[in-house]
Write a protein that binds this ligand. Structure first.
Ligand code: NI
Length: 259
């Protein structure tokens, strides 16, 4: 079920049997010479849609598609929010839905640089409730996962691409968009694949990159340690199905009151 396609009585009815909502989180940023700008948002949204398909117990909020991506501002088309702005977007989205009666918020993430800001926003939402002993607001539960961290999905992308998966404009994410958009194979397949040292991955984990000028100069076509030419719609379908299955299981685990 998609919130955007529900009427308010539909939502009121849903709330009689569930107080959980899934919020896909993406970005609007360059994804190398062959990946579309909306890659992160499309991946998170499509995995959620596939996981929810056929079930009436998974409500999807609209995708938060614009988020922190300052390091890609040197590439045309990128839109970046400051971390503080994005934290406010997350906070107001949660508070609005909590006002409706939602208590369980599951974030499916598609962009490494979102993690710190979303975690900080969720920390502060708890802080607002925790700091006042007289607080009578309902308890809120949060869970956030990046789709590539699901165990089977992670094993599949490593099996398909090994160290050519890289860090940004990865063949796995581009494959998912190709599957979702019905594109068979990227037109440009001769990308200069550059292997990065393992220390680069450690030093720049979760998209801790330098400023936009330095980033573009180091990665002139936008891909970071990946080989996007390995992408295919067929791989994308496998990745999508695997991640959707793992999301569905993790969603049910999240709603289990013992967890
Ligand atoms: Ni991405």
């Amino acid at each position: 079920m998609q919130l955007q396609l529900c009427t308010w009585p539909d939502v009121e009815r849903y709330l009689t049997h569930s107080s959980g909502v899934i919020i896909p989180v993406g970005s609007t940023e360059q994804h190398g010479p062959t990946g579309v700008i909306g890659t992160d948002a499309i991946c998170a949204e499509q995995i959620c849609l596939a996981a929810a398909d056929g079930y009436d117990d998974m409500l999807l909020a609209p995708t938060l598609a614009i988020s922190p991506a300052q390091f890609n501002l040197g590439f045309p088309g990128t839109i970046s929010l400051r971390a503080a702005t994005f934290m406010q977007v997350v906070t107001d989205t949660v508070e609005s839905l909590a006002r409706s009666g939602f208590t369980h918020f599951y974030f499916l993430n598609g962009h490494g640089a979102n993690l710190a800001a979303v975690r900080s926003a969720l920390h502060d939402l708890h802080q607002t409730r925790s700091i006042k002993p007289e607080n009578t607001m309902p308890e809120l539960k949060f869970r956030m996962r990046s789709w590539w961290d699901f165990a089977k999905t992670d094993a599949l992308r490593k099996n398909l691409y090994g160290d050519r998966e890289g860090m940004h404009a990865t063949p796995s994410e581009i494959s998912i968009t190709q599957s979702a958009l019905g594109v068979e194979r990227s037109a440009q397949s001769s990308i200069d694949y550059q292997k990065l040292h393992t220390s680069f991955y450690q030093n720049h984990a979760q998209d801790s990159h330098d400023d936009a000028r330095a980033h573009r100069s180091r990665f002139p076509d936008g891909h970071v340690g990946s080989d996007p030419s390995l992408s295919s719609a067929e791989h994308g379908q496998q990745l999508l199905d695997t991640a959707a299955g793992e999301l569905r299981a993790d969603w049910l685990d999240f709603l289990d009151e013992n967890n």
